[in-house]
Design a protein around this ligand. Structure first.
Ligand code: 4AD
Ligand code: MG
Length: 432
């Protein structure tokens, strides 16, 4: 019996006859030979059908196959140094499984809206393939990193009764006879987790009713939110840079083929595996921007052009530390030496990708935190349980949130977050 494999196992089967379930992505034939471009979800490679080596029926079938029909291909694996993948299959047999006619995504160029309307099919193409494989590697590396670093994963709820990041971008839902919201961030629950388990991380979907149509915003995105007890902000920054460098290193090591498909500059990526990353203060960032004639003053938040300018001054991701209190949420701890800034940091990615991480040390004092909740116009009742964490063995603790699609978009060098998630959700798109 011929062994059944997947395309990405070809290197272990050179000169062997194997059988693979595949779809056709493209084909080209001349009188005596057909070149079939094949995919099976693990890689793309070429099948060569030579008229003299196969039956008449098989050769005829090879010529008739339509784009995206599915079939079994049997043949011998050979090295093929001219292709991205490095191997091809010399076909001895083809068995049609599912026909496909008039597949809408042809090898010619299509507009982005057309492709997004056909996302359920577009996922089969090379570029989404490469991005989703890299996304998967980053998921794998995330679990590996935090497990090695002695964190456990706990899962915060998605249905929540309150809103940590401010009340404007919330998705409201009817929860029986009560108001509820889709979670914008699991952070407050992760703080409870940190006091229970010491070091915790979450990895799950979060929701923001972003009305802005930008390349950096989705309404549903995935976040990794680690939270650490007995940990100050400086140590949290070390975990953050170590984690990001680990993600990049693992993508370089394990996704060389996908990076080639995306034409990603790997030399640039290698720079991001070196730590520590530079740190500048918000004050320095303002000064830097003013020198470059940006119209900003102390106290302003940064938009995309400001973030891009700051990150362009560095070859690695950069931390901007200690933002003004009035532009950050209530739960952060103030700098003990200054009343007007928090012990917080955003990590800005290079190459103009902007903020990928937001994090801070957390306020630990019961009374201070209670007053902040009131000052923020929030309902104290909603935060009773959160305030409890400061009543019973409060510890210094810090945490952060990585926007997963932001990180993918940067590592893959994409133009827009919509390509970093299988089925993007944006203000004007909830289908397919
Ligand atoms: O900076 P943010 O709002 O921070 C928090 O939510 C904290 N509670 C995290 C924490 O400390 N545990 O969001 C964190 C990250 C941002 O840096 C950004 O990368 C990403 O989430 N992000 C988005 N990604 C895609 N679409 C959006 N609409 C996003 N909003 C934020
Ligand atoms: Mg932020």
């Amino acid at each position: 019996m011929v062994q059944q494999i997947r395309i990405n196992q070809a290197k272990d089967h050179v000169d062997e006859e194997v059988k693979i379930g595949v779809w056709l992505t493209d084909k080209r034939s001349s009188g005596k030979i057909s070149f079939l471009q094949l995919r099976d979800g693990s890689a793309f490679f070429q099948g060569v059908v030579v008229k003299n080596n196969v039956s008449e029926e098989v050769f005829a079938l090879a010529k008739e196959l339509h784009q995206e029909s599915s079939f079994w291909v049997t043949g011998v694996i050979h090295q093929d140094d001219r292709s991205h993948f490095g191997y091809e299959i010399e076909v001895s047999n083809l068995e049609l499984i599912g026909n496909s006619e008039d597949y809408p995504i042809t090898p010619k160029d299509h507009g982005i809206e057309f492709l997004l309307d056909h996302r359920h099919l577009w996922l089969r193409s090379k570029r989404p393939f490469a991005i989703m494989q890299i996304r998967n590697e980053m998921i794998r590396a995330t679990y590996e990193f935090f497990n090695k670093e002695n964190f456990i994963k706990i899962d915060p709820p998605i249905l929540t009764g309150s809103a940590p990041e401010g009340t404007t971008e919330l998705f409201h839902i009817d929860y029986f006879d009560q108001d509820a919201y889709l979670s914008q961030s699991g952070q407050l629950y992760m703080e409870a987790g940190a006091q229970a388990f010491g070091r915790v991380f979450s990895f799950g979907p979060t929701f923001r009713a972003e009305k802005s149509k930008t390349r950096r915003h989705l309404t549903e995105f995935w976040m990794i939110e680690p939270e650490m007890a007995f940990t100050h902000q400086a140590e949290s920054l070390e975990v953050q840079e170590k984690y990001i460098a680990y993600l990049v290193q693992n993508v370089i090591d394990n996704c060389a083929y996908e990076l080639r498909l995306l034409d990603r500059d790997v030399e640039l990526l290698k720079k991001y595996t070196k730590t520590p990353y530079p740190r500048i203060s918000y004050d320095q960032a303002i000064e830097m921007l003013q020198k470059a004639n940006f119209d900003v003053k102390w106290g302003d938040d940064f938009g995309a052009p400001e973030e891009t300018y700051i990150s362009d001054q560095f070859e690695q991701p950069v931390f901007v530390l200690n933002y003004p209190t009035k532009i950050k949420p209530f739960y952060m701890k103030k700098d003990p030496e200054r009343d007007d800034v928090y012990l917080c940091a955003d990590m800005l990615a290079p190459e103009g990708y902007g903020e990928i991480i937001g994090g801070s040390e957390r306020e630990t004092d019961y009374e201070v935190l209670r007053q902040r909740i009131l000052d923020a116009g929030l309902d104290e009742k909603d935060y009773d349980w959160y305030l409890d964490l400061r009543k019973f063995g409060s510890t210094p603790h810090s945490g952060f949130g990585l926007g997963f699609e932001r990180a993918i978009t940067w590592i893959c060098h994409l133009d827009h977050l919509r390509e970093a998630i299988p089925f993007p959700r944006m203000i004007n798109r909830i289908e397919p």
